[in-house]
Design a protein around this ligand. Structure first.
Ligand code: MSP
Length: 512
């Protein structure tokens, strides 16, 4: 089966922060997991380089928007790579191939009769590049997301007939209750549709940094339409000489933050329908990573008020610094363990250090090192060739299926919790069996064989399942266990034979 997962494309108005890496790592976990299931996977991330957010940032820096994009897009690309993202392509909306396809698709939307000339009048947030509806305006005509004053805009634009899709969108929400996940976000989106839809600007006359409208080159397409289409255009040129659209569209999962719900849950399916394309199968909407603002203490999560991490609030965590300090795997683990995917939650370097020590070093790292060390010491480095202990079987029965079921719904945190319970179970098993005692008793040899074999096997199973979360450490550990297979077909307890020769392993999560 084909599985196509996407992230939002990030504005290049500033350097990437942890919030951007968060979504891409979430998508990476799904992509890697699906590859382990043998699915045909395509994973896309990239940068959004047009529109006011980028124009205004470039002006502030005294350079052109293209220069700003050329400076920052590689930073996003590097941040994602350093965080271990295995994306199959990195799209930039300044790619000429993207621009040509945007013009082509929106020409089709025009030719299909969904576009007309009109005048826009209303409130606009240049940071969101969003024409706000009445319900989206905070007190004093400010943006509820950025807290900045909204601009009153009057402009002759081309309009997209969004209102004509009212019924089809209502039907989409009714017929596919899982179109938007989690359920609360679905309700929010369908309530927005139910309010009644107004047509939206498809083009802008006041800025020139964008894709020119083919039937009116004085205007450029409104950045959101250009940006949304990346999910489709990329498939047309990511592999030179090949068109992947048939193979991967409609997308399986499109991950977004809750800030851009309206664009993805309302505009996007309507635009696709207008272009004779299918809506994606699912959108998954996650919450915000929060971080303190205004506190003297900063960094430890105790000072200031918790707010959405963003450059404009000055409360960002630099992903490169975290990766340098703790490694990419620890960053990936932490983000999905400390904050439940789908909800808002605070992040801080102090909480990071705690989680690293209590769970990665003391629970998982320790289990790995103890298991390997005992096999080395008591059995000359070979996993005993005996049956696994049936006492642990109930703990592992159905584990793979349950992790798969959760990740089928992009429940990244819940799936991790399922696996982690087994990490804890194995640590308890070590204490229960006390192999160091068995090793001293002559009659304990058989029990010791069984305990070591079961530990090695349990550790292998949790490690295969943890691979999407922590690709680097899990590969090292599997190599040390002498069992490198990543396929989930082998993720059953007892599925791999004993007799493997174990190798050396540096501490996976060294004390810092
Ligand atoms: N360019 C648009 C998206 C176009 S998609 C067709 C945009 N860019 S953005 O740079 O502002 O990135 C927004 C996305 O970054 C959010 O939807 C979310 O995925 C991620 N995040 C940015 N800050 C975040 C947090 N503080 N917390 C969680 N995710 C965050 O909007």
């Amino acid at each position: 089966m084909s599985y196509y997962v996407t992230t939002p494309i990030y504005y290049v108005n500033a350097a990437p922060h942890l919030g951007h890496v968060y979504t891409t790592v979430g998508a990476d976990i799904l992509a890697r997991h699906m590859r382990q299931r043998g699915e045909d996977v395509f994973f896309l991330t990239g940068t959004d380089e047009h529109g006011e957010p980028v124009v205004q940032a470039a002006e502030r820096e005294g350079i052109t928007p293209r220069e700003l994009g050329d400076r920052n897009a590689p930073r996003f690309r590097d941040a994602m790579a350093r965080a271990g993202a295995s994306n199959d392509f990195f799209i930039r909306t300044t790619d000429p191939e993207h621009e040509a396809r945007v013009a082509e698709i929106l020409q089709r939307v025009h030719d299909n009769g969904h576009v007309y000339a009109g005048k826009y009048e209303g409130w606009y947030c240049p940071r969101c590049a969003d024409f706000k509806t009445d319900s989206e305006i905070a007190e004093g005509n400010t943006c509820p997301i950025h807290g900045i004053a909204l601009d009153w805009q009057e402009e002759d634009n081309w309009f997209f007939r969004l209102s004509a899709f009212q019924e089809r969108l209502e039907r989409l929400y009714e017929e596919r209750p899982d179109f938007v996940l989690p359920r609360t976000r679905r309700n929010e989106a369908s309530a927005f549709v139910a309010q009644g839809l107004r047509d939206v600007s498809l083009s802008r006359a006041s800025i020139s940094w964008g894709v020119p409208v083919p039937w009116d080159p004085e205007q450029v397409f409104y950045v959101w339409f250009d940006a949304l289409l990346n999910y489709v255009t990329a498939l047309g040129y990511a592999r030179p000489g090949e068109n992947l659209t048939e193979r991967f569209w409609p997308a399986s999962f499109q991950l977004i933050g809750k800030d851009i719900l309206k664009f993805h849950a309302v505009y996007w399916p309507a635009l696709l329908m207008a272009a004779d394309l299918e809506p994606p199968r699912h959108l998954f909407v996650h919450g915000f990573l929060l971080s303190p603002t205004g506190g003297e203490e900063g960094g430890d999560g105790s000072g200031g008020t918790l707010e959405k991490m963003s450059k404009s609030r000055g409360n960002v965590i630099d992903p490169f610094a975290v990766i340098d300090a703790f490694g990419a795997d620890a960053l990936r683990f932490y983000c999905f363990r400390d904050v439940s995917f789908g909800q808002d939650g605070p992040v801080s370097e102090a909480a990071f250090a705690t989680r690293y020590e209590t769970e990665l070093a003391n629970e998982y790292g320790n289990l790995a090192n103890r298991t390997l060390a005992m096999i080395d010491r008591y059995r000359d480095g070979a996993t005993p060739e005996v049956d696994v202990d049936p006492a642990l079987a109930p703990d592992f029965d159905g584990l793979r299926e349950s992790v798969e079921g959760l990740l089928d719904r992009a429940e990244v945190t819940a799936a991790l919790e399922e696996i982690w319970e087994r990490v804890r179970r194995l640590n308890r098993y070590v204490e229960e069996q006390a192999p160091w005692k068995l090793a001293k008793e002559e009659a304990g040899a058989g029990d010791l064989d069984r305990a070591l074999r079961s530990l090695a096997e349990g550790l292998r199973v949790v490690t295969v399942l943890l691979h999407p979360y922590m690709p680097e450490s899990t590969e090292k550990l599997l190599a040390a266990l002498g069992q490198v297979g990543l396929s989930l077909d082998g993720a059953g307890y007892g599925a791999a034979p004993g007799g493997a020769h174990i190798g050396a392993l540096e501490p996976l999560f060294p004390k810092r």
